[in-house]
Design a binder for this molecule. Structure first.
Ligand code: FES
Length: 105
C-alpha cells in the first residue's frame, strides 16, 4: 500500500465529488462531506459509467450512478440499490496538513 497525494482538501467543495487519477489503481471518485473525504472506485459496476458525475446523498453516505440509479455506499463500496450487484472498491483516506492522501494497493 502506498499513500498517494490526490489534491488539497480546499480543491473539493463540501457535498461534491471529483474524479482523480492514481498510479496502480483505476480512477477514484473523491467525495467530500463536511471535512470528511471518501475515496471510491469511479466506475459503476453495472456499466462503465463515472460515479463522480452522480448524486451524493449525505445522510445515507451514498453516491448514485446517474445512468440507472444504483447507489453505492461511500463507506463499504457495496451497492445499496439495483441494478448494480457488485461492490466498487473503497480506499482509505487521510488528510495531512490540508492535503488528501489515498492508500492505493
Ligand atoms: S450504469 Fe450505473 S446503474 Fe447502470
Amino acid at each position: 500500500m502506498t499513500a498517494q497525494r490526490v489534491g488539497a482538501l480546499s480543491d473539493i467543495e463540501p457535498g461534491t465529488a471529483r474524479r482523480v487519477e492514481v498510479e496502480g489503481a483505476p480512477a477514484i471518485a473523491l467525495v467530500r462531506l463536511d471535512d470528511d473525504v471518501y475515496a471510491i472506485g469511479d466506475r459503476c459496476t453495472h456499466q462503465d459509467v463515472s460515479l463522480s458525475e452522480g448524486e451524493i446523498d449525505p445522510d445515507d453516505r451514498t453516491l448514485e450512478c446517474w445512468k440507472h440509479g444504483s447507489t453505492f455506499s461511500l463507506v463499504t463500496g457495496e451497492p445499496t440499490a439495483l441494478p448494480a450487484t457488485k461492490p466498487t472498491p473503497v480506499y482509505e483516506v487521510s488528510i495531512v496538513d490540508g492535503d488528501i492522501y489515498v492508500e492505493v494497493p
